[in-house]
Design a protein around this ligand. Structure first.
Ligand code: CAA
Length: 287
């Protein structure tokens, strides 16, 4: 297997997919982003362009480098455009059926038998995605953190079928090519970070749900009392309350521990479409 991954595909151009595509393009890689249609592909491009502009404004990137990165990206409405990729990272909604369907399709489309199919899943079993393909040894989890251009961590998640050379090639890619720091996790719901983070976020939801403290005070408490960059309810709004609920459900399904059970308030907010920053309102209101 080639250790030099230069042609990358990303499936899904939402916040995570766009962020992953941005870091790949900034690392000089030929990157194709696939969305469901041309309109969604255009929205993904706008997302990456806005983030690159922010990086320039914050003095993290030269204007010319931002332009070059955008030029390196192709936004497509068809998975067929991923045929010649060496690595494809799937970053669609946290839903097992949607992800499985994409892995089945990618297995048929991506031509090189050496190509790696990775998922940015936060909590679903990598083994099940591998079993949707005929190359489970070339399937693993590659879990980035939001905002992807800012946070340096990647979790590499191996299933019982993932081959050691797949892990080696992808860890090399994540560290040397993208400049990220890798931690390894076994294929258990939540991996390392979400298994710790989600119960904390759910505790914060329960605290406001019971009237124990206001959302603003819970957040201020952790920002000023523990020097967290943002409090748990602001962070839940950033991740998306639907995603937080999905991860909690996966954790609860796997471990059956009450601390992972999504509280009723979180469920009702998701049903009400109050999903956090993305929809303008979650535990806080965004203008
Ligand atoms: N490209 C590069 N750098 C950027 C950037 C971009 N597009 N946008 C911002 N930055 C940099 C800024 O330059 C700044 O860097 P310095 O500190 O070196 O100056 C830094 O990022 C912070 O940016 P800002 O000052 O503009 O914004 P902020 O201080 O309000 O921070 C934040 C925003 C980065 C989101 C910060 O609040 C934070 O880190 N929050 C915690 C986020 C977190 O915990 N994410 C993990 C979520 S869990 C997850 O993703 C996994 C999952 O499966 C659910």
């Amino acid at each position: 297997m080639s250790r030099d991954i230069r042609r990358v595909g990303v499936v899904g151009g939402g916040r995570m997919g766009a962020g992953i595509a941005e870091v790949c393009a900034r690392a000089g890689l030929d990157t194709v982003v696939c969305e469901v249609d041309a309109v969604a592909a255009r929205a993904a491009r706008d997302r990456v362009a806005a983030s690159l502009d922010r990086a320039v404004e914050r003095g993290k990137l030269a204007r010319a480098a931002a332009r070059d990165a955008l030029d390196r990206l192709v936004f497509s409405g068809s998975l067929e455009d991923l045929a010649d990729r060496q690595l494809v990272v799937e970053a669609v909604v946290e839903n097992a059926d949607a992800k499985t369907e994409i892995f089945t399709a990618l297995d048929k489309i991506v031509e090189s038998p050496d190509a790696v199919l990775a998922s940015n899943t936060s909590s679903l079993p990598v083994m099940r995605l591998g079993r949707a393909t005929r190359r489970a040894d070339r399937v693993l989890g590659l879990h980035f953190f939001n905002p992807v251009p800012v946070l340096p961590l990647v979790e590499v998640v191996t299933s019982l079928h993932t081959a050691p050379e797949t892990v080696g090639a992808v860890e090399d890619f994540a560290t040397r090519t993208l400049g990220k720091t890798v931690i390894r996790s076994q294929d258990r719901a939540g991996f390392v970070v979400n298994a710790l983070l989600i119960p904390y976020l759910l505790s914060a939801v329960r605290m406001t749900e019971s009237g124990f403290a206001s959302a603003a005070d819970v957040d201020t408490g952790m920002e000023l009392g523990c020097a967290h960059p943002m409090g748990p309810l602001k962070l839940a709004d950033l991740i998306g309350l639907d995603t937080v609920a999905s991860i909690a459900e996966s954790l609860y399904d796997e471990f059956k521990e009450p601390l992972y059970a999504p509280p009723p308030l979180l469920q009702r907010m998701v049903e009400a479409g109050l999903l956090g920053r993305r929809t303008g309102r979650g535990f806080h209101v965004y203008g």
